[in-house]
Design a protein around this ligand. Structure first.
Ligand code: FRU
Length: 494
C-alpha cells in the first residue's frame, strides 16, 4: 500500500513540475552555474554520493510552491557536479510518519550497501500535539526509484529526556564493517549530536552523545556531518541560536569504543549570510567535498525573506562544491572544486596593476564570471581596498579588505534594492608578501574566498543585468596588484 501511495504522490509532483517548468524560461534571476532545482523551492543538499559512476545530488524540495512546505527529495545526476540531469523525485511524503504539510521527508544522507542505494532521512509529522521527528530508511535497486522500508521509522524516538520535535538530519557512514549515524537533537535547550550504530541500516542502537553544546555552540545543531580527514575527524553543523554563525566545524579525534569525539579546534566554514546546512561526501578520487544551501532561515538576525525570486516561481540554490583540506594546525580550508576550471572561457589578465584611486575590472560580461586578484603587500601602502561588484554606478555589493585591521567584510545593504546586512570576518593569515582574493559572481550570488581558502563569504545578491560594472578601489594609499585575472564562465544551468 505505502509503495503505491508514494508512487502516486511522486507522479502528482512530477505533473506539477512539467506544468510549471516552462515558466523558468522567463526567470531572469536564475543562476548560471550554481545548482538549482528545476522550479519551486529548494533547501538543504541531501544524500550526496558518487554512485555507479555518477554524482547524485538529492535536495529538500517543494515542487508546489516557491516557499518551503511538505518536503520531498528532489534528485539530479552529473558527471562533474556542474552539468546536471534531473531525475524523478526520489521521496515524497506518503506515510503517517512523514506526511504533513509542515513536515515531510526532511534532510538526511545516503550510502551504498550490497549494491543498493539507501537513503536515511527524517520523517516529520504532527498529530495535533507538536511535531514528531523520527529516522527512516528508503532503498533503491536502480538508484532512481526508491521504496520506503516497511519497518519505518527505524529510530522512532530519541532517548528519554530529548525533544521529539528536534531530532533530525541523520548522516550515515560505515566504519570497521558497521554503520553509524549522527543526528541533531535537543535536550534542556542545548544542542547534542547523537551517535547510533547498526549492522544492517535497519536496526539501530544508541551509542552515545558524540558531542554537545554547553550553550557556547547553540541549542540545536541542524544537519550535523561527521567524517575523517587526514588523521583527524571533523564534526560540522549549522547551529541554531548563534546569531551570525551559520556553519561551524570542530576538528578532533574519534573514539569508536566510547562513541565520543573530542576536539580542540573550531572554525567557520563560511562567514556569509547564505551558506547553510553543508553536507560532505567522498568523490571517487578520495576528495572530501562539501555542498551547502545558499540561503537562510527566518529565525536568523539578518533575514528579510528568501529573496525576490519567488515571483519567478522558484527559490534557492546550492553554493559551489568545495573540497575540504586539513591544515597543519588542524584548521580547515575549503577550496572550490577543480572541476570549476573547466567552465573557464575567455580570460583577461593584467600584471602589476597599480591603483591610486579606482581600477575597472573589464570583462566581457560583468554579470557572471570568475575573478582572481593577487595583492603585493610589500608594494601596497593602502590601508584597505574595496571590491565593488555588480554595480550600475549607484547600487553595488562592496567587499572590503582592510589590511590594517586584518578584516574582510561584505556589505550588501545597497546591493540590489532588496538585500541587507554586512558580514565581517577576521583575516587569518598574516602573509607579509601577498594576499589573494578569489571571487565567483553568478546571476544572483557572490562567493568571495581569501586567506588561502580558510575564509569565505557567500551572499545572495539579486542585482539586475544593468549592474554589470566591477572595479577595485584603494583607500589611503596605493594598491599594487601582482595579477588581476577575470574569466568568462560557461553557463550550465537553466
Ligand atoms: C536545515 C533544516 C533541517 C531540516 C530541513 C527541513 O535547513 O531545517 O534541519 O531537516 O531543513 O527542510
Amino acid at each position: 500500500m505505502s509503495r503505491e501511495q508514494m508512487r502516486m504522490n511522486i507522479a502528482k509532483a512530477e505533473a506539477q513540475i512539467a506544468a510549471t517548468k516552462p515558466d523558468m524560461e522567463h526567470a531572469v534571476m536564475r543562476q548560471k552555474y550554481h545548482f538549482m532545482a528545476e522550479q519551486g523551492w529548494i533547501n538543504d543538499p541531501n544524500g550526496l554520493i558518487f554512485f555507479r559512476g555518477k554524482y547524485h545530488f538529492f535536495y529538500q524540495y517543494n515542487p508546489y510552491d516557491a516557499y518551503w512546505g511538505a518536503m520531498h527529495w528532489g534528485h539530479a545526476i552529473s558527471d562533474d557536479m556542474l552539468h546536471w540531469e534531473y531525475l524523478p523525485i526520489a521521496l515524497a511524503p506518503s506515510e503517517p510518519y512523514d506526511d504533513h504539510k509542515e513536515g515531510g521527508c526532511f534532510s538526511g544522507s545516503s550510502i551504498e550497501h550490497e549494491g543498493k542505494l539507501y537513503l536515511v532521512y527524517t520523517g516529520t509529522t504532527n498529530y495535533g500535539d507538536g511535531f514528531i521527528q523520527s529516522q527512516c530508511v528508503a532503498c533503491s535497486e536502480d538508484g532512481v526509484h526508491f521504496d520506503k522500508f516497511e519497518g519505518n521509522p527505524v529510530i522512532p524516538a530519541p532517548p528519554e529526556g530529548y525533544d521529539r520535535a528536534n531530532f533530525r538530519d541523520p548522516k550515515v557512514w560505515k566504519h570497521d564493517g558497521k554503520f553509524y549515524l549522527v543526528c541533531g537533537a535537543k535536550k534542556d535547550n542545548l544542542a547534542h549530536a547523537l551517535l547510533y550504530r547498526s549492522a544492517d541500516l535497519l536496526h539501530w542502537e544508541f551509542v552515545n552523545v558524540l558531542a554537545e553544546s554547553r550553550g557556547e555552540l547553540g541549542y540545536m545543531w541542524e544537519c550535523p556531518d561527521f567524517y575523517p580527514l587526514g588523521d583527524k575527524y571533523v564534526l560540522m553543523f549549522s547551529p541554531m541560536g548563534l546569531h551570525e554563525r551559520t556553519t561551524v566545524y570542530l576538528v578532533g579525534d574519534m573514539n569508536y569504543e566510547t562513541g565520543k569525539f573530542t576536539y580542540a579546534t573550531t572554525g567557520e566554514i563560511d562567514w556569509g549570510f547564505d551558506y547553510y546546512a553543508p553536507q560532505s561526501f567522498l568523490a571517487p578520487d578520495g576528495r572530501r567535498i562539501l555542498v551547502a544551501w545558499a540561503n537562510a532561515w527566518d529565525w536568523m538576525p539578518w533575514w528579510k525573506d528568501w529573496g525576490p525570486s519567488f515571483k519567478e516561481g522558484w527559490c534557492g540554490a546550492f553554493n559551489l562544491p568545495r573540497e575540504a583540506k586539513l591544515c597543519e594546525d588542524n584548521s580547515l580550508r575549503f577550496i572550490p572544486v577543480k572541476e570549476l576550471e573547466t567552465l573557464r572561457g575567455d580570460k583577461a589578465e593584467a600584471d602589476n596593476v597599480v591603483v591610486e584611486d579606482s581600477y575597472e575590472i573589464a570583462g566581457k560580461n560583468g554579470v557572471f564570471f570568475e575573478l582572481k586578484l593577487i595583492v603585493d603587500r610589500k608594494k601596497t601602502t593602502a590601508e584597505s581596498f574595496d571590491l565593488i561588484l555588480r554595480s550600475d554606478g549607484d547600487k553595488a555589493s562592496v567587499v572590503t579588505v582592510d589590511l590594517k585591521r586584518q578584516q574582510m567584510s561584505f556589505d550588501r545593504s545597497n546591493a540590489d534594492g532588496w538585500s541587507r546586512g554586512k558580514t565581517r570576518s577576521p583575516l587569518l593569515l598574516q602573509n607579509p608578501d601577498e594576499l589573494e582574493v578569489h571571487v565567483y559572481v553568478d546571476q544572483s550570488s557572490i562567493e568571495v574566498y581569501t586567506d588561502d581558502y580558510k575564509t569565505s563569504h557567500s551572499c545572495n545578491v539579486f542585482a539586475s543585468n544593468d549592474q554589470n560594472q566591477n572595479y577595485v578601489k584603494a583607500h589611503n594609499g596605493i594598491l599594487h596588484m601582482k595579477k588581476v585575472i577575470i574569466w568568462e564562465l560557461e553557463k550550465t544551468m537553466k
